[in-house]
Design a protein around this ligand. Structure first.
Ligand code: NAI
Length: 326
């Protein structure tokens, strides 16, 4: 039995993400939770002729049932950005939503993998971890900030200017966090193509602020949903491949709690941070090993320093949101 629960399943990301997860033969039960319209989305998806069972759970009273027995919980619940907003502007609304969902997860599925999509990821992941710590059920290997969209965008945007770079099979490491200047793509690690300094600068900027392109184009109707659903399904699938099927050597960039994870001491020491996105090898229990940061170019080194400065504030804000209340 592999039950995957999507919290926020009726939303812009939740619906296409659930559709993609319905295609997975690794999932036996797809539980869709939302405060609205979960039953409709579940009824619709349940007619697809793949093996998994689909159930809908609407409203807070249905949350326990949605979460109990979950192997993995994916959280795209909360409000998205509108033009002119930063991800941090979402904190006011989304912090409380993520905290409440995390409290329910700690109670009803304390051993589940928790995949956080809701922004600001730099702060919402610390919120989940602190809630789990408070409940005495925290396992740092099991909580992930989904930063895969930055990785997906990196490959796509590199391919746009270097068509010989194959975007689907070539993964680019993205470290730091998931907002503007905290997103640091390690373009110096790409071996297949070369870049001029101007290309590196333009690409880095496009990857860091790629989300803004979508927010602007949608003109008030939200942020990335379809590409995010693709990225979220990719990360979920990698984690399930590693944890359910026992596949080895699967690596994804993801934002995690460093302390308590194998291989993370070096990153924690060099960044001075409690949370950081970096390449992680996935395994049966989630994080199997955090890969050390590779040798960075001088430009990347400077970008990581800027990211660290911003991440410190984001992390403190998330941690404080939970620990300030006794
Ligand atoms: P949306 O507004 O279309 O959907 C959000 C859904 O969450 C709605 O169906 C809403 O009813 C539901 N919801 C609200 N409160 C809830 C609660 N307490 N419990 C369960 N469900 C609840 O928003 P969209 O576009 O799907 O974005 C969701 C989140 O994902 C936003 O915070 C957005 O910023 C973030 N996001 C993250 C990305 C990433 O790379 N990690 C990329 C794009 C968006």
């Amino acid at each position: 039995m592999v039950k995957v629960t999507v919290c926020g399943a009726a939303g812009g990301i939740g619906q296409p993400l659930s559709l993609l997860l319905k295609q997975s033969d690794l999932i036996t039960h797809l539980a869709l939770y939302d405060i609205v319209n979960a039953a409709g989305v579940a009824a619709d998806l349940s007619h697809i002729n793949t093996a998994s069972k689909v159930t809908g759970h609407a409203g807070k009273d249905a949350l326990a049932e949605a979460l109990s027995g979950a192997h993995t919980v994916v959280i795209p619940a909360g409000v998205p950005r509108k033009p002119g907003m930063t991800r941090d502007d979402l904190f006011k609304v989304n912090a409380g939503i993520v905290r409440d969902l995390a409290e329910a997860c700690a109670k009803h599925c304390p051993k589940a993998f928790i995949l956080v999509i809701s922004n600001p990821v730099n702060s919402t992941v610390p919120i989940v971890c602190e809630v789990f710590k408070k409940a005495g059920v925290f396992d740092p290997r099991k909580v992930f900030g989904v930063t895969t969209l930055d990785v997906v965008r990196s490959s796509t945007f590199v391919n746009h200017i270097k068509p010989q770079f194959e975007p689907q099979s070539n993964r680019i490491t993205v470290v730091g966090g998931h907002s503007g200047a905290t997103i640091v793509p390690l373009l110096s690690q790409i071996k297949q193509v070369t870049f001029t300094p101007a290309e590196i600068k333009a690409l880095t900027n496009r990857i860091q602020f790629g989300g803004d392109e979508v927010v602007k184009a949608k003109d008030g109707a939200g942020s990335a949903t379809l590409s995010m659903a693709h990225a979220g399904a990719r990360f979920t699938t990698s984690l399930l491949e590693a944890s359910v099927r026992g596949k080895r050597g699967l690596v994804e960039s993801t934002y995690i709690h460093l302390k308590g994870n194998a291989g993370a001491e070096w990153n924690a020491r060099s960044t001075g941070l409690e949370y950081f996105a970096q390449d992680v090898e996935l395994g049966p229990e989630g994080v199997a090993n955090v890969l050390a940061l590779p040798d960075l170019s001088a430009e990347e080194d400077a970008l990581v320093k800027i990211a660290i400065g911003e991440l410190k504030g984001n992390i403190t804000k998330g941690v404080g949101f939970v620990t300030a209340i006794p």
